[in-house]
Design a protein around this ligand. Sequence first.
Ligand code: DX5
Ligand code: ZN
Length: 232
Amino acid sequence: MFGPVKIAPSILSADFMNMERDVALIEEGGAGFVHVDVMDGHFVPNLTIGVPFVAGLKKVTRLPLDVHLMISNPLEQLPWYLEHLGEGDFATVHVEALDMEAGEVQKAIDLIHEAGVGAGLVLKPDSPADVVAPYLSQLQMVLAMSVYPGFSGQSYIEGTEDKVARLAALAREAGVAPLLEVDGGIGLKTAGRVAQAGADVLVCGNAVMKAEDPQAAIRDITAAALAAREEA
Ligand code: DX5
Ligand code: ZN
């Protein structure tokens, strides 16, 4: 019933002075996506990278980019990022940064689709799965945060797997299958739990990029996820 599990290493944990080398390493190591954490120092306390960096990444990898926008004003800034993204890439925006009643979630999805990019909604740990239900049929990805966004290297919040299971159930009920992604504290110990609940894409920051052998880490985490799925 489940498809494959893919690893999306987060370059936030890479060596920024050797980014091209690190991206090539994960590409050759079987990563499914490059996870790009855009933080604006406002929606989250941390500040990371912006548009020129995303544009540069597109030039050095064939892997699709999975751009996780942790920014306060996604409707204003989305077009800047979308200009550099294309088919196969994903742009994900936080529901907490959008006014749902004012139609902003719909506007964000439309903007992303007009650029030919996969659209995703992201839920912080305290936002319930059901918030995305009205939009599921239009989404290519739903990201459940398993840490409070802002920093890599945090511990997985127990129970996130229940939210993933709920998202999987909602998608089944709606007869759709957006990629279900989990982000934060995912590694060998936690990959099985979220994959069993239905996660298709596992973001791994420290567990891959800070591993002695990032390529082995991708293989091992994928194997752990698949083994857990087979048990399900
Ligand atoms: C956190 C970011 C994550 C983070 C993951 O706000 O969205 O992508 O870099 O890092 P790890 O896997 O180390 O928790
Ligand atoms: Zn992220």
